[in-house]
Design a protein around this ligand. Structure first.
Ligand code: ATP
Length: 227
């Protein structure tokens, strides 16, 4: 479902005389439906960079990044947006809060975007918010004023609202209490069980051991000259 083939990446530092640093070379991995692959490697090895390339935020210098039938490394922006709407989900630790939109709508939005009837979308959103211990009294309010932890849980609810066939998880359990961490791990297991292909970064080792089927150390893709 997700296939990275021989991908390389360089950054041009425009504020430093346009110096170019190569941060990745020959990156390859494949994730099947129902499988979770954890990216590992020291800080700076390139875990986030690889994840951002799969999501299409960073452009790969060469190679192919297939998500389903779409090559993200070559796709038009509108194809990437369509891919993100229906196929490729991304759960980061941080919610990008849209002002004045109630929490329940923030969570239901990805479902409405793929044509789920409003009532079903709101029911699913409410179910996720309840599982993640966001009190119902808050559902009608914008999450702008929520605590950091509440915003993170709203973000996770939103990220798991639609059943994406492919998902990217960037530290989904970071800074959660034990109960909510357990819920997130269960959501990941449920996503795998319904056939989602998942790539994740988990600094939480116990979480990684529980949900990841395989680990890929991205430092294997660090060009030797830059290491
Ligand atoms: N936008 C950017 N511009 C320049 N260099 C970048 C950029 N993004 C990442 N890098 C460089 O690419 C390398 C890999 O960084 P990346 O953030 O992917 O590592 P990581 O493995 O996710 O680290 P961490 O575990 O600390 O989050 C680093 O040397 C970093 O400085």
């Amino acid at each position: 479902m997700i296939r990275v083939e021989n991908v390389s990446k360089s950054f041009t530092l425009h504020n430093q005389g346009s110096a170019t640093i190569e941060v990745m070379r020959g990156a390859s991995l494949a994730v099947a439906p129902g499988e979770c692959v954890a990216l590992t490697g020291n800080s700076g090895a390139g875990k986030s960079t690889l994840m951002r390339m799969i999501y299409g935020n960073y452009l790969a210098a060469s190679g192919r990044i297939l998500v389903g039938a779409v090559d993200v490394a070559r796709a038009e922006p509108r194809e990437i947006l369509a891919l993100r709407r229906a196929t490729l989900g991304y759960v980061s630790q941080f919610l990008r809060v849209v002002p004045r939109v109630p929490t329940i709508e923030v969570v239901a939005e990805p479902l409405l975007a793929v044509g789920t009837p409003r009532e079903a979308a709101l029911a699913r959103a409410g179910g996720l918010l309840a599982r993640l211990n966001i009190p119902e009294t808050l559902w009608g309010l914008s999450p702008t004023t929520f605590s950091g932890g509440e915003q993170q849980r709203v973000n996770i609810a939103r990220g798991f609202a639609h059943d994406y066939p492919a998902m990217l998880l960037d530290e989904p359990t970071a800074s959660l209490d034990a109960g909510n961490r357990e819920t997130v791990l269960a959501l990941i297991e449920e996503a795998k069980a319904r056939g989602a292909a998942i790539v994740g970064i988990f600094h939480d080792e116990a979480a990684r051991a529980r949900v990841a089927d395989r680990e890929i150390d991205v430092s294997a893709f660090t060009p030797k000259a830059a290491a």
